[in-house]
Ligand binder design. Structure first.
Ligand code: ZN
Length: 192
């Protein structure tokens, strides 16, 4: 049986309007698309949407002292948008396979660069932390901090679900999930 594809729609916030879409894709998402395809054995499309293409979404005010409130507001915007767009078209959104990430230029507040619910269909990530987008996308496909890893291949690198510690600045970003998180993601998608 052919497996259904994965999609990640990345809505560029208005504060990224001046950024180059292809450059953002290359920097944060190109390896991730390949990684998710390898893990899931499904095709994956990561699509970056310009702010002007989805003004209702790209204007969302993500600044919030509570990151969970920021996420709840974002979920509401996304669900409204999907409802309006797909109401009469007989298109069904599968929240396990289709994810919606708001990419932002600055952090949600002074402590938090991104937020997502484990296994949820929405997330917010800032480009201020190089692995924040992959970190949140990992959560959306069920990955956890506990299952993150530090890899050694002539030098140390952190898989995206690592939480920062004292040595973090010395390590590279691994462009892959840990073995454990790969397995968790695979299992999450198994029955989808
Ligand atoms: Zn996290």
């Amino acid at each position: 049986m052919l497996k259904r594809p994965l999609s990640l729609v990345v809505i560029l916030h208005q504060d990224l309007a001046e950024h180059d879409r292809h450059e953002l894709f290359e920097t944060y998402f190109s390896w991730l698309e390949e990684e998710m395809e390898n893990i899931s054995a499904r095709p994956m499309a990561i699509v970056l949407v310009r702010p002007s293409e989805a003004p209702d979404l790209s204007s969302y005010n993500y600044k919030n002292s509570s990151s969970s409130a920021a996420l709840a507001g974002w979920a509401e915007r996304v669900d409204d948008y999907l409802l309006k767009r797909y109401k009469d078209k007989n298109i069904r959104i599968n929240r396990k396979l289709n994810k919606y990430l708001l990419l932002t230029r600055t952090d949600i507040n002074s402590d938090i660069a991104g937020v997502a619910q484990r296994g949820g269909h929405v997330g917010i990530a800032s480009i201020t932390v190089s692995n924040a987008p992959a970190h949140e996308v990992g959560h959306m496909f069920n990955a956890t901090h506990e299952d993150a890893d530090i890899l050694y291949n002539g030098w140390w690198s952190e898989t995206p679900l690592n939480t920062p510690d004292f040595f973090t600045p010395l390590r590279l970003d691994a462009q892959r999930f840990s073995d454990n998180n790969r397995e968790i993601i695979r299992q999450y998608l198994e029955k989808a």
